[in-house]
Design a protein around this ligand. Sequence first.
Ligand code: SAH
Length: 529
Amino acid sequence: MKSAVPRALRNARRIFPRASSTRSSSLSSLPRLGNNRLSGTTTLTSQHRNFSATTGLRDIDEDKDRKWSTPLAKQLAAAIELTGPIPLASFMRMCLTSDIGGYYTGAIEKDRDQFGLKGDFVTSPEISQVFGELIGVWFLTEWLAQGRQSRGVELIEVGPGRGTLMDDVLRTIQSFPAMANSIDAIYMVEASPELRMAQKNLLCGEDAPMTESKVGYHSVCKYNALPIVWTETIKSIPTAPQKMPFIVAHEFFDALPIHAFELVSIPASKSEAPSSTDNSSPSSKTTTPTLQWREMLVSPTPPGSTHESLKTPATQSRETPPPDFQLTRATSSTRHSLYLPESSPRFRALKSTVGPGALLEVCPDASLYASDFAARIGGSPQHPKPKPSGAALILDYGPGDGTIPTNSLRGIRKHRRVSPFAEPGLTDLSVDVDFAGIAESATKASEGVEVHGPVAQGDFLELMGIRERAEVLAKRAVKEEKGRAVEKAWRRLVDRGPGGMGKVYQALAILPENGGRRRPVGFGGDVVQ
Ligand code: SAH
């Protein structure tokens, strides 16, 4: 008999050990996406000024005494003075994970972290423990469906934040000893030393030692004394054909740097000759205009700029100092504009379907991570795997209908939308995730995988039984107020309205290839035991 609640979960409800809380302190704070997604994005094209990739250094020379809003801003400006305007991806990477004051790597004050009421944003695992529990159950359903391998299971999380999601996943799996005993190791991919320590404290205890090796940092988990390894990239995690990796990425892909492009029409007389410097050569004289991609680059704002002069959109709070940087459109091709927009048939089609003015965001790191997940699950020519196994679950926000994200860069500070170019390093940056691009990269990287979804987070969680699990928790709550908070928290995760997280967040699964015969739970399939 089919049931919307996985049988595993129905059993699990009886034995989940902790029926404590909603994380109610976060309830009034905003998700990373903010509550006004459509009107709050930075309009790349409305703000940019034309800028040559090789000039534009005037501002810095003229303004040696300029006060930059953060040490990172000063360093970025110095770098741009040397190299010229930089790709948006380089700017994002520096702002998020640079050693000197990146958002995740040390810029924010010691007594404050990125998450929760006192931080900048709140995420689903921080809102309700049920979120992580259901992801644990999802892994369990895959482990059951794939033949209950008795060893070689690995849990891998990329971008684990405070470690809350992994803690909820592990606590849940503990209730199913056969699966718990099949786990060999836990891997956490984390760029931030502070968050790595927070995760270690939560998952291993404050007193547990952490040791360093060539691979990364090691400690021992409070659940089953499992080894945990922290690495800075997924590439550092060893691969082996007999391993069954269960991978989760929650609000990780939206923090990966993007390149942004705009399609422009170049009049016939100005068309670039492919490799000629001699404009009079016959090869440069074409008779029809050509379409070429131009990369959006980051350069300093003019000295003395104000929010008014820069026209900071009304949807972005002006409580920050005026942005130090702005987007500029390169006047000629750059290395990236020549190959990234050609890297997928979806991107190439924009020349004919949209034409001049088309916008495009490309995230090469997202392709690398998706390809890596797929190769671990399904094998690849470099790392063949006789029997594909494992699963990856990617939860994030972005279009669920295959549209390519555009104009999606956001700055977030203390639960408000701000300019992404204000206070570099103190401002969180995020973008919409190209789920169709992730699916394409995964299936291209491995013949041994198939992709399901994306489906709306609300649908995924409801099919996984969030309502039933939350009801049990609410009933167990001693205080009525607590019960109400549990209710409010889970409803927020599935709410399809503009302030909710049920529709704009999506879930996508990468599974071993099975000819589409078995759909995973939460994506329309039922539990297979
Ligand atoms: N998954 C968590 C945290 C999301 S915030 C949650 O839902 O609560 C993004 C996380 O990814 C943080 O832990 C951040 O430090 C990490 N991160 C961001 N960019 C990264 C990168 N390039 N490599 C590794 N980790 C990164």
